[in-house]
Design a protein around this ligand. Structure first.
Ligand SMILES: [Fe+2]
Length: 357
């Protein structure tokens, strides 16, 4: 079996193919990358039989419709999906045969009504049903999301083995995979909770969809072939979904432009950069005076910034996902005035704001 993740960013697209027959399936292709996928298939002599979207995406434009036009492949989605042009609509347990490779689709709703996960060999492609480690899982507060559905779907993992590889739809820390056993110990969504407890736990997390997300959902419903159909904030294909569960209620946000103004007038007491050290010193640089405290260490090291408990804090990351999680974490720890900078350093840099390297 051929198995590859094709994208360089936080948003994952998977290629699964039979070495024997050269039949292939693409899972969650991104519209802007369609030509790259077609070139790759051609180079490898692969025939695209199926394109699958694990759900109607809110964070990037799906390439499924355009690729189906160009290759004649079937566009597969769950039967609950409202995407207009998916021509194969499947139920829980449906299998697709890719040469000698059998792909089984599990209905795993919660993030959306139509979410499916893909079981192939020793791998589970989870889409936004499950992310890695502290990433948790996809939000349940977007249209079609339901925390109770998500709890129900998580129970389907009970009979799957610890050694199963988990390949998520997104990861914001450049990780490719983990095992289900590892997730059982590290991923908070898999902690033992009753259905009621789980729903209550996520209840405070109600950001709702941003305007641009609603536009992306609509474009994916109507199977756009136009890569510029929606202006997605931050850098292209950002797949920015704030995936974290509730800790301190909704995240307060601040735009890059507003922060830039504050820096010259009424500077916040603490600018907290929650990226990894190599990102802080890397290409995008950091805001002058920003203090580094990577998100994975934040909860354990929050005491280091206790003096800012009643002061103004702005959290920053690359695109705005981790900083939102950091803001929630700090709010949950009793920090009273925390805002997350939307769009992160990627947007900051695109606006030509000053950085230190
Ligand atoms: Fe999603």
């Amino acid at each position: 079996m051929i198995f590859e993740q094709l994208n360089s960013g936080a948003c994952k697209t998977y290629l699964v193919a039979s070495e024997l027959t050269k039949d292939a399936i693409l899972v969650d292709p991104i519209l802007q990358n369609s030509n790259e996928y077609l070139n790759l298939l051609k180079q490898r002599g692969l025939k695209l039989r199926y394109i699958l979207d694990t759900h109607v995406h809110a964070d990037h434009l799906s390439g499924a419709a355009a690729l189906a036009d160009q290759t004649g492949a079937d566009y597969v989605m769950h039967k609950n999906s409202v995407a207009k042009c998916a021509n194969v609509r499947v139920d829980d347990g449906h299998t697709l045969q890719i040469g000698d490779v059998t792909v089984t689709l599990l209905h795993t709703p919660g993030h959306t009504k139509d979410s499916v996960s893909v079981l192939v060999g020793d791998k589970l492609l989870t889409g936004d049903f499950l992310f890695l480690g502290e990433g948790g899982a996809g939000r349940t507060d977007l249209p079609g999301g339901d925390s109770g559905d998500h709890w129900d779907a998580l129970q389907k993992l009970a009979n799957l083995p610890d050694r199963l590889w988990i390949h998520p739809g997104h990861d914001y820390h450049a990780r490719e995979r983990s095992t289900l056993g590892e997730e059982r110990t590290k991923n908070d969504r898999l902690a033992r909770r009753t259905r009621t407890e789980y729903i209550q736990w996520l209840a405070g997390f109600k950001l709702g969809a941003s305007d641009w997300m609603v536009k992306v959902i609509q474009a994916n419903y109507s199977c756009t072939r136009d890569p510029n159909a929606v202006e997605i904030p931050c850098e292209g294909n950002t797949c920015e979904v704030k995936a974290s569960p509730a800790q301190g209620g909704a995240v307060r946000e601040i735009a890059c432009e507003s922060l830039a103004k504050l820096l010259t007038t009424n500077r916040p007491d603490l600018i907290l950069d929650v990226r990894n050290p190599d990102e802080y010193t890397g290409e995008l640089g950091h805001i002058d005076g920003a203090r580094l405290l990577p998100l994975p260490d934040l909860a354990a090291r929050a005491a280091e910034i206790n003096e800012f408990k009643n002061k103004s804090i702005i959290t920053i990351c690359k695109m705005g996902g981790r900083s939102a999680k950091a803001a929630q974490t700090l709010a949950g720890l009793g920090f009273g005035d925390v805002r997350s900078m939307t769009g992160g350093m990627a947007r900051w840099k695109s606006l030509n704001m000053p950085v230190v390297k």
